[in-house]
Design a protein around this ligand. Structure first.
Ligand SMILES: NC(=O)c1ccc[n+]([C@@H]2O[C@H](COP(=O)([O-])OP(=O)(O)OC[C@H]3O[C@@H](n4cnc5c(N)ncnc54)[C@H](O)[C@@H]3O)[C@@H](O)[C@H]2O)c1
Length: 373
């Protein structure tokens, strides 16, 4: 393991509590860490083709040194992998390897692999041990923490899944060096989200230090640790999203609609980019409703633009469906409660709140005004 000590953030969930370790060089020591915490277990590693090429060798070598010969299940990369067909493949791979309930499913990959492998771990033998080794920035700051797992249905994103907390999260900040820059930026949107929700000082720090976060080194690890602290806080307060946890959906109602409207085509829009545009729209929409100053919306847009993220619908290549069709996608999203639209809106940077009963006519007018067509 690296000489630099990792930061540990605890997710305080009583008997389901677990640690997130954050720092460079954790991947090579993962076998040792896992066998120390979960001794004598067998393991299956679920990963995708890109991550397998870049990072699997290091993990496997460390596991084997610690006496774990893992079964490896390698899937195609991309959002379309979060499907029933690939869930079946993972379940079958774990059962074919004759793993027991106390054995371990390890997710080595981004949010797609983490969500899918976590779901499989949650249902095979009624719940196996699960370890997250997130390899994308998005997964390190968001999806690997908190126990939400699942797949997409043809009817929408993340509609099928379970809550299943991992036993351990190992966020090796060095593995992000092989992540394509576009994906790093997309993950950065989720990182900035924590500042915009309720940590205005963190957002201001990111405005000043984002280049160091992109470059790597201590600023990157510090930013990821801060994001994990923010996420761990919310999850500990509201594990099953009956209240506050919904704040983490800032930007996601618009973002999911744009992902659906572009048919989950990663060439046009990846998840984090949808969130970036969604966060900018949430701030602009809040200003339109006279809840926040337009200056705050301008500040958010300027930062997203500075880091090279898309921030308006016009930044998505190709044509978009019209405002009415976009509203239909929004209404299909799961954050609709008994017909009323629920949005995460804001009173300014770091002051997000849950708004229920947002009138559809306001949303439609706003979408029409901001539509590029
Ligand atoms: N469970 C949750 O709480 C939660 C939260 C946020 C997002 N999500 C989900 O996360 C998914 C998006 O995650 P993502 O952005 O990580 O997408 P992803 O898993 O598709 O990873 C992005 C791309 O980067 C590649 N990649 C990942 N790590 C790499 C590395 N170190 N080197 C080289 N290539 C690497 C992958 O192969 C993929 O092509 C969405 O499905 C979203 O719904 C879940």
């Amino acid at each position: 393991m690296s000489a630099i000590a990792p930061v540990t953030v605890e997710v305080g969930l009583g008997e389901r509590a677990y640690d997130i370790l954050i720092g460079p060089g954790l991947l090579s020591g993962a076998g040792q860490e896992i066998s120390r915490r979960l001794p004598g277990r067998r393991a299956a590693v679920v990963t995708d083709e890109n991550v397998a090429a870049a990072q699997l060798g290091t993990l496997k070598a460390g596991l084997e040194t610690s006496g774990i010969q893992p079964a490896v299940i390698t899937l195609p990369a991309g959002e379309k992998t979060k499907s029933f067909a690939h869930l079946e493949e993972v379940v079958d791979g774990v059962l074919a390897a004759k793993l027991e309930r106390g054995d371990i499913v390890i997710a080595l990959g981004g949010g797609v692999i983490g969500d899918l492998a976590g779901f499989a771990a949650g249902i095979v033998r009624r719940g196996m041990n699960f370890v997250q080794i997130p390899t994308s920035l998005l997964a390190q700051v968001d999806s690997s923490v908190g126990g939400k797992t699942g797949i997409n249905s043809p009817r929408g994103k993340n509609l099928v899944g379970v809550f299943h907390q991992p036993k351990l999260v190992l966020a090796d900040t060095g593995v992000l060096d092989t992540l394509p820059i576009r994906e790093f930026r997309a993950g950065y949107a989720e990182l900035a989200k924590y500042g915009l929700i309720d940590r205005p000082a963190f957002f201001a720090w990111l405005e000043a230090n984002w280049q160091d976060v992109f470059a790597g080194g201590p600023a990157r690890a510090e930013a990821i640790a801060e994001a994990c602290r923010a996420k761990a806080d919310v999850v500990a307060r509201d594990e099953f999203e009956t209240g506050d946890r919904a704040l983490l959906n800032l930007g996601h109602t618009f973002g999911h609609a744009l992902e659906a409207a572009t048919h989950y085509d990663g060439a046009r829009l990846v998840h984090g980019e949808g969130v970036a545009i969604g966060m900018a729209l949430a701030h602009r929409f809040s200003a339109r409703l006279n809840l926040a100053s337009p200056d705050d919306a301008g500040r958010v847009e300027a930062h997203l633009r500075a880091v090279g993220l898309p921030w308006r619908m016009a930044d998505i290549p190709g044509e978009l469906p019209d405002a009415e069709a976009l509203l239909t996608y929004i209404a299909q999203d799961k954050k609709v409660s008994r017909g009323a639209l629920t949005f995460i809106l804001t009173r300014g940077v770091g002051q997000a709140f849950i708004a229920r009963d947002v009138p559809a006519s306001e949303v439609l007018g706003f979408l029409a005004e901001n539509h590029p067509g």
